[in-house]
Every structure is written in structure tokens, then in C-alpha cells.
Design a protein around this ligand. Structure first.
Ligand code: OAD
Ligand code: ZN
Length: 269
């Protein structure tokens, strides 16, 4: 058999405790760590993921809701879907996975958190963990939010950012400055990511000894390309996911399991 395939088989057939031990050692020995999270990290908090059995995209077609065209065509529908998601997220709390990553970033230098999630749960974990530990500045545990944040609105005209408008299900409110419609400050299909935010995430991935990737289907680029930047710079990739993904074959260590259970164990925080 091809040696690369043998090596891959050896990796996937290693016992679970050996994989966890290997991941723990890689993370403990790293000087710089970049962490990339996706919707799976918030699943145990009750926030639905995008794909999979319970995924949001199963009941709503993304092209109906998460695109600039959809917002133009039917702003009330798109707005009310986001208001529903905002309410759902407001009732959720960070889980043990968010807390472990916040502790990691607050207790070690050289850790950069990057998230595709717009739910703000990493921020809430940073605040809670910092306050419980008597740390005055939660900032090092604030992630780069490459797909934006649902708790902010952005004016579709002048780009002014404001906290999310509460209550209104009737449709998007108007900007007080220029009268254009407000929209959630999230990245929609077909839109570009903020170049400064994704640029910082890419730089952190290039510099990292270890890229820890948790709860993402690794399908949506450019975020899904971050682990490859670490690998190409000679670093290692540790993946934590319930299921295999397109990243699994190239990951140095890939662990099957719940983020809320595995992350606290392997980050040792
Ligand atoms: P997905 O819904 O595509 O993938 C979630 C992943 O998490 C899947 O691979 C699941 O197997 C895994 N998973 C679910 N529960 C888990 C758990 N408790 N522990 C560990 N893993 C778990 O979500 P993302 O990869 O985040 O973009 O999706 C990427 C982007 O696609 C989103 O940011 C969003 C969407 O389009 C935008 O809105 C721009
Ligand atoms: Zn405006």
C-alpha cells in the first residue's frame, strides 16, 4: 500500500486517548497557537449549526436569506430571520469549550482566537472567565470574528455600526445618519470578508506552531484555508469535530468528539 495512505490509516486508527495525548502535547509545546472555531463549538450551547441534521440551512435556503440580493428583494423576511436568531442566541450561554479557549488565551501568550461564529459567545466567555479569575482585561480572549457579529447592525448606506436594534420584527430600521436600511453586521454569501480581519487571521496562522480547528465543516473559504497556511509553514494542525471533514486527511491529529468535552482536556486550561 502507498506509504502516505498507510500513515493516514495509522493516524485514524490510533486509540482515542492516544490522539488526545498527542494533541495535548502539541498544544503544550507550542509557542504560538491559532484557534479556528465554527458553529459546532456553539452547538452544545444550543445555537443551531449551519449544515448537518439540525442545521439552519436545512430549513432555510441560504440564497433566500443570507445574501445581499435577498435583503434587497425581501428585507422584512431577512430581518425577521436575523431577529429570530438574535433572540435564540440571547438565551444561550458559553459552554465548557468556549471557557477553555478563553482560559487558554488569557493564561498564555501567543494565542490568537479566530471564529467564523457571529454569536458572540467567545466574547461572553472571555468576560466571564476573566472576571472569575480576577483578570482585568479580557481582550486577549476576544476572537477575530471573520464573518462579523450578529449583535451589531451596520448601515447599508454609510456603514455606521450600532448595537443591534432590539424588538423590531417589522423590518429593518433606518439609519439615523443617512436614512438607509440597517442590516446585521455579518458577512453574507457573495460578500467579501473584512481584509484587515482575515489578513490578521492569516498572519496568525502562518506564524503558528499549532492550528487548533474545532467544530467547523471546513468548507467555507477563506476561513477553511487557515489550517493549510500553518501546515505549509511547518506547523501542526489539531482538529476536533464530531465527524470527519475535508481537513481530516491532512490534519496532524484529528479527534472525534464534542468540543465542550475535548477542548478543556487538550488545551489544559
Ligand atoms: P457548519 O454547520 O458547516 O459545520 C459545523 C461542524 O461542527 C460540522 O462539521 C459538525 O460535524 C461539527 N459539530 C457539530 N456539533 C459539534 C460539537 N458539539 N463538537 C464538535 N463538532 C461539532 O458550520 P461552520 O463550519 O461554522 O458563514 O460553517 C462555516 C460558515 O458557513 C458559517 O460561518 C456561515 C456558513 O455559511 C457565513 O454565514 C458567512
Ligand atoms: Zn447610514
Amino acid at each position: 500500500m502507498d506509504p502516505a495512505r498507510l500513515e493516514c490509516l495509522a493516524r485514524v486508527t490510533k486509540p482515542a486517548h492516544a490522539l488526545r495525548k498527542e494533541a495535548t502535547a502539541l498544544l503544550a509545546g507550542a509557542t504560538r497557537i491559532v484557534v479556528l472555531t465554527g458553529a459546532g463549538v456553539s452547538a452544545e450551547s444550543g445555537v443551531p449549526t449551519f449544515r448537518g441534521e439540525q442545521g439552519l440551512w436545512r430549513s432555510y435556503r441560504p440564497e433566500e436569506l443570507a445574501t445581499p440580493d435577498a435583503f434587497h428583494r425581501d428585507p422584512e423576511l431577512v430581518w425577521s430571520w436575523y431577529q429570530w436568531r438574535r433572540e435564540l442566541i440571547a438565551d444561550c450561554a458559553p459552554n465548557a469549550g468556549h471557557d477553555a479557549l478563553a482560559r487558554l488565551a488569557l493564561t498564555r501568550n501567543g494565542v490568537t482566537l479566530v471564529t467564523q461564529n457571529v454569536d458572540g459567545l467567545h466574547h461572553r466567555a472571555a468576560r466571564d472567565v476573566a472576571s472569575a479569575a480576577g483578570v482585568s482585561d479580557p481582550e486577549p480572549a476576544h476572537p477575530l470574528e471573520v464573518h462579523g457579529a450578529i449583535h451589531r447592525d451596520r448601515c447599508s448606506g454609510c456603514e455606521r455600526l450600532t448595537p443591534a436594534a432590539a424588538g423590531s420584527n417589522a423590518g429593518p430600521p433606518s439609519c439615523v445618519m443617512c436614512g438607509s436600511s440597517l442590516r446585521p453586521d455579518v458577512v453574507w454569501f457573495g460578500e467579501s470578508l473584512d481584509p484587515d480581519v482575515i489578513g490578521s487571521a492569516q498572519e496568525a496562522a502562518i506564524q503558528a506552531d499549532v492550528c487548533l480547528v474545532a467544530g467547523t465543516s471546513s468548507l467555507v473559504y477563506p476561513a477553511a484555508g487557515l489550517p493549510d497556511l500553518t501546515l505549509r509553514s511547518g506547523g501542526a494542525v489539531v482538529e476536533v469535530n464530531l465527524d470527519p471533514t475535508p481537513l481530516t486527511g491532512s490534519a496532524t491529529v484529528s479527534i472525534r468528539g464534542q468540543a465542550g468535552e475535548i477542548l478543556p482536556e487538550i488545551v489544559g486550561a
